[in-house]
Design a protein around this ligand. Structure first.
Ligand code: 0RA
Length: 650
């Protein structure tokens, strides 16, 4: 076969068409580069990771079709990503509509599946359903290597989406598959350094959702410290639920798995109750996480509540027309994964992560109604354990309602009842204001003196902190350490939390850089995660970064460093510093108000880290391990993952 051009137009007629197509394609790529946000949501680090998701999704589709069982993702030096699969290989022949190869179509035409369908190529759900051409357009360069026929190894290179040459043969190979290598364009992305842990969480999730698929992630950026993780789950979503309940005590031994299908749609659900008080439901449509929920979640919740209430009545746990179990009651301690596949997913909502297809609601509802009722009938021991859990949740709810009413009445009498320890700011516009939650009275005192009272509020914490993981909402109200936070933020708590009412748009946790400080940060994050999740989702939660070292050389202004490495760099830069010029802070309390302001609170100098809840499953695991009642695994975890624990604090 000729090395050159597979797509040379043959007749004048075709040539004309080809020209017009080519212009359209270039315009398409240009549009993507002009408004990348429209296609991938954001050009932040999240957008950067979306690119990998998008390319991996294409390979996962090949696995779902049954032709691929291993996907390798490598992070190469220079922040380059390589995704290799052992599928059939993207078809390399001439595409009937364009005259170019199908490979070129897939990588240059927006929504290749929709418009240029045919040839068996279907566009994947994708994170935003955008496909490989968008990744290509937003990459400095992309190289695609394909072996489709088990003989010829073909390659095409693109720069900023534009082909450098047509698909050409570069060698021979005796197995099929597709390898895509790309370097995200620094002209487009604000951040181009990949986070190993983020990709790891993403790929683990993808492996859970495709039973029997192996996905291997390898970080080759530092040849001296190659990191690798490999994921393979025979049990699919059932394994996922087991994973969510790692280190929790299940209420029943086995995960309950249900599946069903109708027309072109299918649904798989796995559930298992644990003895905590929290619900953890993860839903997916075409392997894309639907954080905002949607029709599949609604169908599941409605059916679950109905099935459990019917079963409770049948077993005389509750009487007819007696107090029914609410949705919250039947979901207390529930870990569930809902995965639906459908032909034309409609993604709605603020972040386009809410599934809008109403036909899915009825499919999920009737499947759960049928399968879960049958399961409970056949497994009365499990059924009884679940009912006991739900009935005790209902009792606690009643107690919580009474407790809430009591606090509401109190605040109604005294409308300006802010916590006594709170030093509020003058500005009342939440967009301008921040609140520092400070560990320890002495640090709290320094913060109060050092702050800019116009827009900075200080809330010192004291007393014994409640272990949030084990707590129910009713106990939160009685806790003297968390109650002031709830009151100061002024937006309620739990299911009543309303992020629109929050009094500060920056909630900054400020604690020491030591183990105790780390514990406090973790507790507060757990509390926000469990009871004020929208606060984290809105990006309002931050971690302050107080310095660990002060470096003073002669009469020069003092310098500050967050860690030992930075300290040594400063010492070097200053050409050496006498030993007594280096002070290591043991705690925030050691800094005077001016120092605290200068290093940690002044927006002009400080570093604060925004808390992202990118992966609720990972956070849930870490929180549980760190704070759950299983001491053994917890210690083990901390010892093994000391590094990750500090990451979590970020
Ligand atoms: C459609 C048809 C065929 C392969 C693929 C798509 C395919 C696409 C991607 C994207 C990444 N990896 C992939 N692997 C395969 C083959 C059709 C046939 O040979 O009959």
């Amino acid at each position: 076969m000729s090395e050159e051009i597979l797509n040379t137009p043959t007749s004048e007629e075709e040539k004309k068409e080809y020209g017009a197509d080519q212009i359209q394609i270039l315009e398409g790529l240009e549009a993507v580069r002009k408004r990348p946000g429209m296609y991938i949501g954001t050009t932040s680090i999240r957008g950067l990771h979306h690119l990998v998701h998008e390319i991996v999704d294409n390979a996962v589709d090949e696995a779902l079709a049954g032709f691929c069982n291993h996907i390798k993702v490598d992070i190469l030096p220079g922040e380059i990503i390589r995704v290799e699969d052992n599928g059939r290989g993207i078809p390399t022949g001439k595409h009937p509509k364009t005259g170019t190869s199908t490979v070129e179509v897939v990588y240059t035409i927006l929504h290749a599946g929709g418009k240029f369908g045919g040839d068996g190529y279907k566009v994947s759900g994708g994170l935003h359903g955008v496909g490989a051409s968008v990744v290509n357009a937003l990459s400095e360069w992309t190289e695609v290597e394909v072996c489709h026929d088990g003989t010829d190894l073909m390659k095409q290179r693109f720069e900023r989406g534009v082909p450098c040459y047509s698909l050409k043969k570069i060698g021979e190979r005796d197995y099929t598959g597709t390898t895509v290598t790309f370097k995200p364009d620094p002209e487009i992305f604000e951040e181009t350094v990949f986070e190993y842990d983020t990709l790891k969480a993403l790929l683990r999730e993808a492996a859970f959702l495709t039973a029997g698929l192996r996905i291997t992630l390898t970080d080759l950026r530092n040849p001296e410290e190659v990191e690798q993780d490999s994921f393979y789950y025979e049990g699919g979503v059932a394994s996922f639920v087991e994973y969510l309940n790692t280190n929790k005590t299940p209420v029943h031994d086995k995960v309950i798995f249900m599946k069903g299908a109708r027309d072109d749609s299918s649904v798989e659900i796995a559930i298992q109750y644990n003895d905590t008080y929290n619900e953890n439901i993860l839903s997916f449509a075409n392997n894309v996480r639907t954080t905002e929920g949607g029709m599949h979640e609604t169908g599941f919740k409605t059916a679950l509540t109905r099935v459990i209430n019917d079963y409770a009545k049948k077993k005389n746990f509750i009487k007819d027309n007696d107090k029914v179990l609410t949705g919250d009651d039947v979901r207390e301690g529930l870990a569930a994964v809902i995965s639906v596949k459908l032909r034309e997913p409609q993604f709605e909502g603020q972040t386009k992560t809410k599934l809008g297809n109403s036909e899915i609601r009825t499919l999920v509802d009737s499947m759960v109604q049928e399968k879960l009722s049958a399961f409970l009938e056949e497994n009365p021991v499990v059924g009884k354990a679940i009912l006991e859990k739900a009935v005790s949740a209902a009792r606690a709810r009643e107690a919580a309602r009474k407790a809430k009413e009591a606090t509401r009445r109190k605040s109604a009498l005294d409308s300006a009842s802010l916590p006594g320890k709170l030093a509020d700011c003058q500005d009342k516009n939440p967009e301008n204001t921040e609140i520092y939650i400070v560990e320890g009275d002495s640090a709290g005192g320094s913060a109060k003196q050092g702050r800019d009272r116009k827009y900075q509020a200080i809330l010192p914490l004291w007393g014994k902190m409640l272990n949030v993981e084990k707590a129910r909402v009713d106990r939160i109200f009685g806790n003297d350490r968390l109650a002031p936070i709830i009151t100061a933020l002024g937006a309620g708590v739990g299911s009543e939390f309303d992020v629109e009412k929050v009094r500060y748009h920056k909630v900054i946790i400020m604690a020491d850089a030591d183990v105790d400080g780390s514990h406090i940060r973790c507790l507060l994050l757990t509390f926000f995660f469990r009871f004020m999740k929208p606060l984290i989702e809105a990006g309002y939660v931050y971690i302050a970064q107080p310095p660990l070292y002060k470096i003073q050389k002669g009469k020069l202004p003092p310098r500050y460093a967050f860690d030992e490495k930075a300290m040594q760099e400063i010492v070097e830069e200053l050409g050496g510093v006498p030993e007594d010029g280096i002070q290591r802070y043991k705690g925030l309390g050691e800094m005077n108000p001016e120092q605290l302001w200068e290093t940690t609170m002044d927006p002009a100098n400080r570093t604060i880290l925004k808390v992202e809840m990118a992966d609720a499953a990972a956070a849930d695991e870490a929180f549980t391990l760190l704070m759950g009642d299983m001491v053994g695994p917890r210690r083990e975890y901390i010892e093994k993952h000391a590094k990750y624990v500090t990451n979590l604090d970020i």
